[in-house]
Write a protein that binds this ligand. Structure first.
Ligand code: ADP
Length: 248
């Protein structure tokens, strides 16, 4: 298994140069978003330009979207790994952070989410980036839709169970939602062996390796550790050699 580390110096420098928003005496931020930014998502709001560099151009997110969207620089890395060509299926697309970057670098994207509000927000956000014509948005349950899907690369960033995953020592496959990681992976495998998964930094790596053994012969596997502004954000796992076009 190959392990690499990715740093994000340019984005980090840009982020650090940004002025922090002025706070009112009552602790609420000045500006048009007052009332939208709850205490739970405030820390993510400070990172808004790492989530979407075009944040100020009309990006929409709900509370879950704030803490589950893939930071833009990492989403770009995921898209680079798809090799540029072909149809990418983003199976838990949320507010569209990954789908947008796949649409920019690959031929076409199918973006699936079970929550219609998320799909509306993802469509809005894709429009902000001018890529809405390269994405088919589907409201549905990935596990139900999987048998009827065709694609060149499957991207899986299944729910990690919210921010509380950080408190777990070893994040095991049964903690993924809406089903355990093995079941999600097997559904994806029926579509293509080229699978990219974005998983918590504390994921149990022995179990990750076990996923590759669900195929015969076992799929090749590459890991990339994703850092942003010095923080370890997650682990990208590429299964099936040509899923990872770039040398890590
Ligand atoms: P996290 O726990 O990592 O914060 P979320 O709970 O936000 O993740 O889930 C990520 C996305 O996956 C959400 O937008 C959610 O609506 C979507 N989702 C959950 N279950 C399914 C499913 N069965 N099929 C497709 N999308 C789903």
């Amino acid at each position: 298994m190959k392990k690499t580390r990715q740093n994000s110096t340019a984005a980090e420098a840009a982020f650090l140069k940004r002025k922090r928003p002025v706070k009112k005496k009552n602790g609420k931020k000045e500006g048009k978003e007052e009332g939208i930014i709850t205490p739970l998502i405030e820390k993510y709001w400070f990172q808004r330009y790492s989530l979407f560099s075009k944040y100020d151009e009309g990006i929409k997110m709900d509370e879950e979207g704030w803490y589950s969207v893939t930071p833009e620089e990492i989403a770009i890395r995921h898209a680079e790994k798809c090799g540029g060509d072909g149809l990418v299926i983003d199976c838990f697309s949320g507010v569209g952070g990954n789908a947008i970057q796949f649409a920019r670098l690959c031929t076409f994207v199918v973006a699936i989410d079970i929550d219609p509000q998320k799909v509306n927000m993802a469509f809005n956000n894709a429009k902000v980036y001018g890529v809405e014509d390269y994405i088919d948005f589907i409201v549905g349950d990935f596990l139900m839709l999987a048998p009827s899907l065709k694609g060149d690369v499957v991207f899986l960033s299944p729910p990690w169970g919210g921010p509380s995953y950080k408190r777990i020592e070893s994040f095991t496959m049964d903690l993924l939602k809406p089903k355990d990681g093995y079941s999600i992976f097997q559904a994806a495998q029926r579509i293509t062996p080229k699978i990219i998964m974005f998983l918590p930094r504390n994921v149990n790596l022995n179990q990750v390796e076990e996923l590759s053994w669900l195929s015969s012969p076992p799929l090749s596997i590459e890991l990339e550790l994703n850092y942003l502004e010095g923080n370890f954000k997650g682990i990208t796992v590429c299964f099936g050699s040509s899923a990872c076009s770039s040398v890590l």
